[in-house]
Design a protein around this ligand. Sequence first.
Ligand code: PLP
Length: 402
Amino acid sequence: MISVTAQPMQEAPEVIPVMRPKLPSADHVLPYLRRLDSSRIYSNWGPLVTEFEHRLCEHFVLPAGSVVTANSGTTALVSAILATAGRATLERRYALMPAYTFVATAAAAEQCGYEPYLVDVDAESWALNAQTLLGHSALERVGVVIPVAPYGRPVPQAPWQAFRAQTGIPVVIDGAACFDGITAWPEPFVGRIPVAMSFHATKAFGSGEGGCVVSVDEPSQQKAFARALNFGFYGDRVSRSAGTNGKMSEYHAAVGLAELSGWKDKQALYVDVIERYRRKLGAAGLLRSFRSAPNVSACYALYVCSSASESARMQAFLDQRGIDSRLWYGNGLHHHVSLKDAPRDDLQVTEELAPRIVGIPMAADLPDSAIARVVSALVECLAVGRSTSSTEDVTYSAAAQR
Ligand SMILES: *Cc1c(COP(=O)(O)O)cnc(C)c1O
């Protein structure tokens, strides 16, 4: 037998994912699941979904009935659109939305028959500006406006209520990542304009898949969300309005209830991770470019690069060091193949902003070692960039081969 001298292998460091979700353990979900065995109700607003909706109302300190659950954030948005605006008509076929968002905003509008019409965002808020849109030339053909809460930064109701009153056009807010933002301060962000939220595993608060519509409105309006989520049925089996199957199952409600019970602990973990990130970034002089909770939802750690080329270099640099990063909203909706022909305004701000906002690793239990690796990679990448402004690419590839 030939003996091979053991060469110490250069071990590649473990890849740090950009997001590592953590939902309640099986032990925490089990007591809720056991209730399914006796109720034998598995969907259609059974006892667990009903309890989940009640507890979410209490959590947000809203009147009973203000929360209607759905099986995803996207169907929550669909139900809010169908209930407030109905399906698209020939005269009003556009859904006005920001180009800077996750593709689900457009998908929801398309499911309701609308053609997404992409408008630019504000450079400071990263969101639509209600005031600016009042004079938009396409308004006569717009059936619904869908402002988006960028990275869960909640959208205030007041300007959109004014917009709706002035134009008569229904407004629905895509507040997919707003759970923690609205928890912190519901008052300005909840009202008659429905807010659709997502409980997808990657969001701060998760049930695997799931979502809800939050609104403080007439009970008839809240019923309309539930009707849209259940084929247009309400109380009987006659479909009276446009609908789909967007109901949350009792299984998902079980996870959601356990997640809600553990929310305070999960939130404390997030706060701790963000504190540790901020300390390390602060020591490196990089805090100014960092965005995290409470500025955005706790599931996002964002590094705002100074240019698209710095961002591209950073993403490649992180990748080489086994650190996952992501442009969560890509380069804007119009860069998706399916939306490349969507009617749109000049998207100067989106074009400039989107490539620069880099999602860096986040998790409720992100260890110190991961934070240290991410921050030192950022420092190293930026130092390489600074020392080589004109011969950037050449020097970078040399550095990358070290
Ligand atoms: C997550 C997200 C959605 C979609 O939610 P799902 O629960 O995955 O359907 C929609 N819009 C935005 C802005 C999101 O971040």
